[in-house]
Design a protein around this ligand. Structure first.
Ligand code: NAD
Length: 468
């Protein structure tokens, strides 16, 4: 068993982690992870394990931050869809692709072969602590790699379940887990990997990238940021409010692609606020603290940080807090200054600032004056407005007339741009992330042109004609 939990010294910790990576490298070098059959067998085993561990996962998520069962099922156990998609398409993804051969290179065949990278590291956050370990793992397995997982210590119950699932399902020289906090993360990052896949905050993303640079290890960084939600006047107001409230208050706002703040056409602001009030009341009742469908902040540190942000505007909905339960009611703020802390940092909690705009130019300029977000939401029936926002803003992804749902189709790559991340995954994009595309040119022996060989005298004009 290679389960790292507690260590007497940092040297012993480093030795233990080094030994796991060493064994994984030896296993990878044996070539066993490469065949289609092996990969499919492991993906099917992982799928079965997710089903078998379902109850344990739901209980762990409840213990970590009171995640409602339906939300947990949808957003965490639902990772089985990603496994099914990989199983269905893997044979085609693995096939070498034909490439064109230019005239002067013929006769020849050109092919592009996807090959696994080797031993990869996956570091996860606490907010979707199961899904965000398993979905990258699906991609790593599909691409034929060995993997070391480091779940977040901030969701300790789920971290334990991930470790148990991995230990029961895979040989440790193939897939293993190390549990722990910063000290363990730092020790893991000392080792050389063939790829590091990190999901978490921008600040730690920079630390991970710096550590990877020492070994020239490529990284995928799935980071966060402030995802804006623009609401035009031409909308169905009730559905707009419901879809925004659902996306914002799901997981008590602790979602990387939650709409962080609203930019609303001034003409419909009061109607939208009224519709949001109705939606929150319908979802969670008169007292959301009593609702079984509303999560809690993950720990006191995050609770204190988010509770502080409520002071930055006028509360139109919610505002109630309870530190003993780490409860913050679904809260909507108006009269918020763009310079206030709630508009400066990623909120990552159930607080929604509402700002208004007069022209679409103003809304687009506001978004473009800030770091590129992970998600951008636009509510509008107007095709010209949809097109303008798509053309004139940059973000990891966009969802028009809904929130969060852009993450669901495995056919859509998921990832950030600029400050919100590097690289992407889900479906084929995940397979690509954990593969190297090897270019191969194959020449026959039956034909050999002499023009490239020395002596070169008299050949330059001919060469210029061919190349030019
Ligand atoms: P975090 O960056 O604090 O932690 C992520 C991981 O990094 C954890 O496993 C943690 O143990 C490890 N870590 C912490 N300090 C470290 C250090 N000094 N060196 C090395 N590793 C260290 O993130 P979090 O608080 O767990 O998650 C919240 C953030 O993640 C938010 O910003 C959110 O937007 C982002 N997020 C992004 C996505 C996405 O898919 N893009 C998904 C979920 C969350």
């Amino acid at each position: 068993m290679v389960q790292v939990t507690a260590h007497p010294s940092s040297e012993a910790l480093q030795d233990t982690i080094g030994a796991i990576v060493c064994r994984q490298r030896a296993f990878f070098n044996s070539g066993q992870t490469k065949s289609l059959e092996f990969r499919l067998t492991q993906l099917k085993a992982l799928r079965q394990a997710v089903i078998d561990y379902q109850t344990a996962v739901l209980q762990a998520l409840k213990a970590d931050f009171n995640k409602p069962e339906l939300e947990a099922f949808l957003t965490e156990i639902g990772v089985t869809k990603e496994i099914d998609y990989a199983i269905k398409h893997l044979r085609r993804w693995m096939r070498p692709q034909r490439a064109a051969v230019p005239l002067e290179q013929r006769p020849a065949k050109a092919r592009i072969y996807p090959e696994p990278l080797g031993v990869v590291l996956i570091i996860g956050p606490w907010n979707y602590p199961f899904q965000l370990m398993i979905a990258p793992l699906v991609a790593a397995i599909a691409a034929g790699n060995c993997a070391l997982l480091k779940p977040s210590e901030v969701a300790p119950h789920t971290s334990r379940v991930v470790a148990n699932l991995v230990q029961q399902t895979f040989a440790p020289e193939y897939i293993a887990t190390v549990e722990g906090g910063v000290e363990v993360s730092q020790a893991v990052l000392e080792e050389k990997f063939d790829h590091i896949f990190f999901t978490g905050g921008t600040a730690i993303g920079k630390i991970v990238m710096a550590a990877a640079a020492k070994h020239l290890t490529p990284v995928t960084l799935e980071l966060g940021g402030k995802s804006p939600c623009i609401v035009d006047a031409d909308v169905q107001i009730e559905y707009t409010a419901k879809r925004i409230a659902w996306g914002k208050f799901l997981n008590a706002g602790q979602t990387c692609i939650a709409p962080d703040y609203l930019l609303v056409d001034r003409r419909i602001k009061s109607d939208l606020l009224q519709a949001l009030k109705t939606a929150v009341q319908e979802f969670y009742g008169d007292d959301p603290a009593q609702s079984p469908d509303y999560a809690r902040l993950v720990n006191s540190k995050h609770y204190t940080r988010v509770a502080h942000l409520i002071q930055d505007g006028t509360i139109v909905i919610g505002g109630e807090t309870n530190p003993d339960e780490r409860y913050i009611a679904p809260t909507i703020l108006t009269d918020v200054s763009p310079d206030a802390p709630v508009m400066q940092e990623e909120i990552f909690g159930p607080v929604l600032p509402v700002l208004e705009y007069d022209t679409l130019d103003d809304a687009i300029a506001f978004v473009n004056a800030r770091p590129k977000p992970l998600a951008l939401y636009l509510f509008s029936r107007n095709r010209a407005i949809q097109e303008r926002v798509l053309q004139e803003t940059s973000s990891g992804g966009v969802c028009i007339n809904d929130t969060i749902m852009q993450i669901a189709p495995s056919s859509l790559p998921f990832g950030g741009v600029g400050d919100s991340g590097i690289g992407s995954y889900h479906g084929k994009a995940g397979f690509d992330t954990f593969s190297h595309y090897k270019s191969v040119l194959v020449k026959p022996f039956w034909f050999d042109l002499k023009w490239r060989y020395a002596p070169y005298a008299g050949k330059l004009d001919l060469f210029k004609r061919i190349v030019g």
